[in-house]
Design a protein around this ligand. Structure first.
Ligand code: ADP
Length: 301
């Protein structure tokens, strides 16, 4: 991360967005540092898209202060837009142009674009460079979306569900690409439903539910120590499962072994994943929230 700058790449204070009867975002404060990769997480309807689109300059806020690269996005001109890269959920970029033609066209809109062939290689589309975009598979078109988002060498990159439709290998390759952008100093705002992706890529995460920030913190600290405490699970001779939450799982396992005098059946040390922690936070937030929360699941069996 670039530590020499003290101003934030994104600064939000008291953001509020109301659509008719629905308050989509309420009293949101958020800073994203230059060079940071920040994951904005939350269930469907939480207010993620609304927030991100306000930052991108696509939607107007009801009230609050917003600064993106030092500019109010509601008034961002061409200079500002050239400093930002956007990978939307689905751009529907189809049509008759080939991958190379489309990227050349986009690159020409920016003052200091990346090399088009290098971008095509970075997203793994070298073999498809001369193929018309309409003829690509969904996952390949998604890579074109990503390529279009980065070809202008943005200082700040918005990535909305970037790997939807990618196979596992393509996701790994994409994560490598994002890490290299990060290493170059690009600030990244990621929204994703893949919590492992957030855990892999982000420095910090913010979880929003019902339009409010429920928690924010370093990716390996969010949720707090209690939610992160490991669980030791094992089965005794009668087949009863025992589960203990402990900060000292190794010592607990040793005491279980001493007690049963042999290898315990079904022994597991479970460290809550970001997904477990996220689901716990969202579940807590949903009590008392009127907004729909439709994709929570049980975190632990
Ligand atoms: P998310 O991206 O987290 O799924 P959204 O920002 O899309 O959440 O939506 C937040 C809330 O605002 C939801 O209740 C949604 O129905 C509502 N909403 C979003 N866009 C509009 C709109 N253009 N008009 C009316 N309500 C909207």
């Amino acid at each position: 991360m670039n530590t020499t700058r003290t101003d934030a790449a994104v600064r939000i204070r008291g953001l509020r967005k109301v659509y008719g009867e629905v308050t989509a975002v309420e009293d949101l404060d958020l800073d994203i540092a230059h060079g940071e990769t920040f994951a904005l997480l939350g269930p469907n309807g939480a207010g993620k898209s609304t927030t991100v689109e306000i930052l991108e300059g696509y939607r107007l806020r009801t009230s609050g202060e917003v600064s993106v690269l030092g500019v109010d996005p509601a008034r961002g001109g061409l200079d500002w837009k050239q400093r930002i890269g956007i990978v939307l959920q689905s751009t529907g970029e189809t049509g008759l142009l080939t991958v190379t033609e489309m990227l050349r066209h986009f690159a020409s809109l920016y003052p200091n674009p990346r090399d088009v062939d290098e971008v095509i290689a970075a997203v793994g589309l070298e073999a498809k460079a001369k193929t018309r975009i309409a003829k690509l598979s969904g996952g390949q078109q998604r890579r074109v979306d990503v390529a279009l988002g980065i070809v202008g060498r943005p200082e700040l990159l918005f990535l909305d569900e970037p790997t939807t439709g990618f196979d596992p290998e393509a996701r790994r390759q994409f994560w490598g690409l994002i890490r290299s952008l990060k290493a170059e100093g690009t600030t990244i705002l990621l929204t994703t439903h893949y919590l492992d992706e957030a855990a892999q890529l982000a420095d910090r995460a913010g979880i929003i539910a019902g339009g409010r920030l429920v928690d924010i913190g370093a990716i390996d600290e969010i949720g707090g120590a209690d939610a992160r405490r490991p669980i030791v699970r094992w089965r005794d001779a009668a087949g009863t499962t025992h589960e203990v939450r402990t900060d000292e799982p190794g010592l607990h396992v040793a005491s279980v072994v001493a007690e049963v005098g042999r290898e315990p059946d079904g022994l597991e040390v479970i460290r809550p994943t970001l997904e477990d922690i996220y689901l716990g936070l969202v579940r807590d937030a949903s009590t008392g929230s009127a907004n729909e929360i439709d994709d929570t699941e049980e975190a632990l069996a």
